[in-house]
Design a protein. Structure first.
Length: 262
């Protein structure tokens, strides 16, 4: 009953042993993996992988802040291509997309405009939105407050209780990954503890952000079990209950088949 709602299975770090990585995920009890296409080329690879493994993998497509930066003057063409890809089907969500203030990518006003274009796509295509935010909660929260008719998730949530409450008040899901296991992230664990059960998701962001005790090594979807266990501990819940809730939430949000027994 595990659903990894955010991983990057097309990443080159999986090229040598992708079949083993998928087998590990199945053996750990993963019901579904949502692989994220960052940029149009990657989105096509993500969709192909989902079509190859329809019982395990689903795909999302978006122009993350790094892809928008790389597109440069061709950004309008990239958005037209993204819309064409999404309209053709094979994707369960728009994204990831959002605001990245840690790395030097597009200027902040341009990033906001790019995100608003994704919001419009998600609304028109009636798909959930997967949000990326780094050091930009203060701008993302009011931007989302101005949007209507959206649903989705703040992936790799990195804020504290105040930010969590603000997103929850706007109706968003929050997804937690291996960072919730890091010793210094007490505020993140405090935020995780207050999320209603029906708004909680788990992810790995593999191959990035491996949980303790795998820090310094490549992450993989099988490690979502460690995220679930860490969240259950900080929320004082049974691990099986947390796995069931997060799997149900993911399937309902992204339109995935529910596990047997639900």
């Amino acid at each position: 009953m595990l659903v990894d709602t955010h991983c990057h299975l097309t990443n080159v770090r999986f090229d040598q042993d992708r079949a083993t990585v998928l087998a590990n995920a199945r053996a750990t009890g993963c019901h579904r993996l949502l692989t994220i296409g960052t940029g149009c080329d990657d989105a096509e690879r993500a969709r192909a992988l989902a079509q190859e493994h329809p019982d395990l993998i689903a795909a999302a497509a978006g122009l993350d802040p790094f892809s928008c930066h790389q597109a440069g003057a061709a950004i309008d063409q990239e958005f037209a291509r993204l819309e064409s890809l999404l309209a053709a089907g094979g994707f369960v969500a728009v994204g990831e997309c959002g605001l990245e203030y840690h790395h030097a990518v597009c200027d902040h006003p341009s990033q906001a405009l790019h995100l608003e274009r994704h919001c419009d796509l998600a609304r028109r295509l009636r798909l959930p939105l997967i949000l990326h935010v780094r050091e930009a909660h203060h701008d993302l929260i009011p931007l989302l407050a101005r949007q209507e008719g959206l649903r989705g998730v703040v992936h790799s949530f990195s804020g504290g209780p105040a930010e969590a409450r603000a997103y929850l008040d706007l109706g968003w899901h929050l997804a937690f990954n291996g960072t919730v296991t890091y010793a210094r992230n007490d505020q993140l664990r405090a935020a995780a503890a207050l999320v209603p059960a029906d708004r909680l998701l788990i992810e790995t962001d593999a191959p990035y952000l491996p949980p303790t005790p795998h820090r310094g090594r490549r992450n993989e979807p099988a490690h979502v079990a460690l995220v679930a266990d860490a969240l259950a501990e900080c929320r004082a819940e049974r691990p099986d209950d947390l796995r069931a809730w997060t799997a149900r939430n993911a399937c309902l949000l992204f339109g995935l088949p529910l596990p047997a027994g639900f």
